[in-house]
Design a protein around this ligand. Structure first.
Ligand code: 13P
Ligand code: SF4
Length: 367
């Protein structure tokens, strides 16, 4: 069924102005910096990075490898020296995702993996809410994000005060927050969800109506899959909302055998044209299982590169919408992060305690 209500900042007179809490990152700690290693392209670097190049040879031209390989090599050496682990989202560029990350995945996989990390330092290659989620789940570990400006249009669309206003308007209605929110928002809600488990989370509450925020399109998708009434917030992903149903129809007209898969942050007219809708991890699994001859992935376009590196026999047509926030993370600032132990993610402990409950409630849901 369609969503039953849609609210946004303009619907609350007297709403406190301003955005959600800006990402908090502590300055690098004194006395912890290491010297910059050599970034020369040498025979030793070529030999040491050859197995990594084999992973990305179909998406990174050989002429570019000598420019990247010394930094990749330095990151991997420093990671071992620091006892750090690198978590990378599926939207990270192939040289990060395939060559320096220890664990890659969608938001749910990264949150679950964060609970299992043994290393004392986590470097989060993704956006700020992902690093915050890792910190919530690892309060005693050092969580670093190479550029704390890596935000998200969804996380920026709603504040903790907005959630309190929604609760006043709909007393007793449980609130589900997409993980693409700040810790401040997570602290105000009943449970979190990701695009992998959103329908399951909504139904787990056994309530006739649920407030689902902040993504209006993910909310619309969830509402189409459940009988629970959904009240949504007017947030949107600035990357996925740009796709158009007519674009997908044009691909199909050009080649009726093409397969099209889309992320549920896309508008409904886009999802109506897709052969499959799922989280980034569900999309990747779908491609691994189906091995389509020609594929259009309607999501951030680095993911198509990452999948093509793994499955070069699948021909990708790439409508390229990049997430400018994800692209703030680079090999150079990952190296800097390991050298200086910056930028460290910090969350007020009392707020973290409340936000952690919402994330853990999601993780503890049985499948
Ligand atoms: P996933 O959880 O599907 O990886 O999505 C995260 C995200 O930010 C999509 O834009
Ligand atoms: Fe946020 Fe969209 Fe970027 Fe994902 S792709 S991090 S939802 S802005």
């Amino acid at each position: 069924m369609p969503i039953t209500g849609l609210y946004g900042p303009d619907d609350f007179a007297g709403r406190p102005q301003g955005q959600t809490t800006s990402p908090r990152a502590a300055p690098p700690r004194q006395g912890t910096s290491l010297p910059m290693p050599s970034l020369e392209w040498t025979a030793e670097v070529e030999r040491a990075t050859a197995p990594l190049y084999a992973r990305v040879k179909d998406v990174i031209p050989p002429i570019e490898w000598p420019l990247m390989a010394p930094t990749i090599h330095a990151v991997n050496e420093l990671k071992a020296a620091r006892g750090a682990v690198i978590l990378a989202h599926n939207y990270q560029a192939p040289e990060i995702f395939h060559c320096v990350a220890d664990i890659g995945g969608d938001s749910l996989q990264l949150a679950v993996e964060a609970t299992k990390v043994k290393a004392g330092i986590i470097v989060q290659c993704g956006v700020h809410f992902m690093a915050e989620t890792s910190k919530l789940l690892n309060p005693d570990k050092t969580v670093l994000i190479p550029d704390s400006r890596a935000g998200c249009s969804l996380a920026a669309s709603i504040t903790g005060a907005d959630v309190r206003l929604l609760r006043e308007k709909f007393p007793g209605v449980p609130v589900v927050a997409y993980v693409n929110t700040s810790a401040e928002v997570k602290a105000e809600v009943d449970i979190c969800c990701t695009s992998s488990n959103a329908v399951q989370v909504v139904e787990s509450l056994n309530a006739p109506t649920v407030i689902f925020l902040p993504d209006r399109y993910l909310a619309t998708y969830v509402a189409s899959k459940t009988n629970v009434k959904i009240i949504a917030w007017k947030g949107a992903c600035e990357v996925h909302e740009r796709f158009k149903g007519e674009e997908l129809r044009a691909y199909r007209e050009a080649d009726p055998s093409v397969q099209i898969i889309a992320h549920p942050e896309c508008p409904p007219d886009v999802l109506a044209e897709a052969d499959f809708t799922g989280s980034t991890a569900h999309m990747i699994n779908w491609v691994r299982e189906r091995r389509p001859r020609r594929l259009v992935m309607i999501t951030e376009c680095s993911m198509a590169d990452n999948v093509r590196a793994e499955l070069p026999d699948v021909e990708m047509l790439r409508p390229c919408n990049l997430c400018p926030h994800m692209k703030r993370i680079t090999l150079a600032n990952i190296l800097e992060s390991l050298l200086t132990l910056g930028e460290e993610v910090t969350i007020d402990p009392a707020l973290a305690e409340r936000a952690r409950r919402s994330v853990e409630r999601m993780i503890n849901l049985k499948n």
